[in-house]
Design a protein around this ligand. Structure first.
Ligand SMILES: C[S@@+](CC[C@H](N)C(=O)[O-])C[C@H]1O[C@@H](n2cnc3c(N)ncnc32)[C@H](O)[C@@H]1O
Length: 455
């Protein structure tokens, strides 16, 4: 280890900053946040130092060795190699910690990249060997560490005296706090529901888990939300649908248990009531259960039914929205679902045929200035097109059918209300498919391949 990582308490302490440009400004902001009092030495200052704190002072001059006297930390942030070296030498002569920005050879301390969820701080350093690698690692952590840790830390700090009084034994207290982290109390603290969190911290009920109903998006794993990713990393068990791609599952915690509970028409399917019951059973075993659903759990996802069962069983839950197929597929195909020139509203409709017929209020579907997005509509495509024409929609209204949207295997077909069913039958598009109907398909942003198909 070339450097010892320390978190430096600089509250109220004098810090010398040499330099007055952009790099110096960035360091000034950071050092200010730590509550230090800055003395900035520079012939010219290009930022407003006192806006950061009225206690900071600017000495309008060039650097001299005596400037380091009485300082707790010295930072050189100039683009002048001679000055930087002089600052480093003067500070080291006084045994003061010194940082010269981007010059580890002149520094006795270096600034790590930080993930700031103050009071929680994660610092990443590569010993000055690669600032790009440091930044890369920081970005990875930034995505994984929830902003809500700020709340959890504040909650735990506020409850510490009471916890010490209630559980004086340090070992028992540690075990209780660890159990709290693994249970629903943590989620309550994250959500700012401190009273509910107290129940789990002070009267721990053994064996009560929780369920997270999480939207996995339409396929591309990069469309997972940060929250979904964080929960996938914390899950004990993951129950997933057939719409959840393998690449999405790859982002989950390796040692989680994976249970497939998919439903696919015509194939062996897990009945909804068994899924509901399974969620309750697993949560009652004290597990953190992620119920992962394609797209958004509340859009044709039966999320509401699963929650009803959890509520009845008194199981804590959270819902994490996902990017629904309509948003994902449309975005990747360049189709604006609304557009000032073409459509003022968008309607998400189930095209799933019931008793061999698609039963919808067709007169509402044909109103102008509206984009229609049919989920589960492949089997009913011919009827959808016929009904729209019958109820007054122009035959030339464009229709796009997008298969496996947002994934590398995605294929699309585009035609109009008359031609599309035939084109789709010939292309033998694999499911899942989404049907988009409306004038927005004429927008200039629509991917050229699709446009060519309707010309
Ligand atoms: C039971 S619904 C679930 C919808 C999901 N909850 C959502 O918000 O996207 C399944 C239907 O979503 C659509 N779908 C989901 N993912 C898709 C994708 N990647 N490409 C095309 N259609 C998709 C298809 O119409 C499919 O039949």
């Amino acid at each position: 280890m070339d450097f010892l990582p320390l978190h430096f308490n600089l509250r109220g302490a004098p810090v010398l900053l040499v330099g007055g440009g952009e790099i110096a400004r960035r360091k000034a902001v950071l050092i200010s946040e730590a509550g230090a009092v800055l003395v900035c030495v520079a012939p010219k200052l290009e930022f407003d130092l006192t806006a950061l704190s009225a206690d900071h002072a600017w000495r309008e001059k060039t650097f001299e060795a005596a400037d380091v006297m009485g300082m707790r930390l010295v930072v050189a942030a100039t683009d002048d190699a001679v000055v930087n070296e002089a600052v480093s030498r003067a500070a080291q002569a006084q045994n003061l910690p010194v940082n010269v920005v981007d010059q580890p050879n002149l520094s006795t301390v270096i600034f790590p990249a930080i993930v700031n969820r103050s009071p929680v701080l994660l610092s990443v350093g590569t010993g000055g060997s690669s600032p790009v690698l440091t930044r890369y690692l920081r970005e990875q952590l930034e995505a994984l560490v929830p902003q809500s840790l700020v709340r959890v830390a504040a909650y735990l700090k506020s409850r510490r005296p009471r916890l010490k009084a209630v559980i004086p034994d340090i070992r028992t207290r540690r075990i209780t706090t660890e159990a709290f982290f693994a249970g629903p109390g943590f989620s309550h603290a994250e959500a700012g529901e401190d009273d509910l969190a107290d129940g789990y911290l002070f009267e721990p009920t053994q064996g009560v888990g929780e369920v997270f109903l999480v939207g996995a998006g339409p396929g591309d794993p990069d469309l997972l939300t940060l929250k979904a990713l964080q929960l996938l990393q914390r899950a004990d068990v993951i129950l997933y649908d057939n719409l959840v791609s393998a690449k999405v599952l790859d982002r989950a915690r390796r040692d989680a248990t994976f249970e497939y509970v998919g439903k696919q028409s015509g194939l062996n399917s897990t009945p909804q009531n068994s899924i509901n019951a399974r969620l309750v059973t697993l949560a009652r075993q004290g597990l953190r259960v992620v119920r992962l659903k394609g797209g958004d759990p509340f859009i044709f996802g039966r999320g509401g039914e699963e929650l009803a069962e959890l509520i009845e069983a008194g199981i804590a839950f959270q819902v994490v929205p996902g990017i629904t197929a309509a948003s994902g597929c449309a975005a990747y195909a360049g189709i604006p679902l609304t557009h000032r020139d073409y459509a003022q509203s968008v309607r998400f409709v189930t095209g799933h045929p019931k008793n061999a017929s698609v039963d919808l209020p067709w007169h509402e579907m044909v109103s102008p200035g509206q984009t229609l997005v049919f989920y589960m509509g492949l089997g009913g495509l011919s009827e959808i097109c016929t009904q729209l024409i019958r109820h007054g929609k122009a035959v030339e209204t464009p229709v796009a059918v997008i298969s496996k949207g947002t994934t590398p295997e995605s294929v699309s077909v585009m035609g109009d209300l008359e031609t599309t069913p035939g084109l789709v039958a010939r292309a033998q598009l694999p499911s899942p498919t989404l049907i988009i109907v409306g004038e927005v398909l004429r927008a200039p942003s629509v991917r050229p391949l699709l446009v060519k198909a309707i010309d």
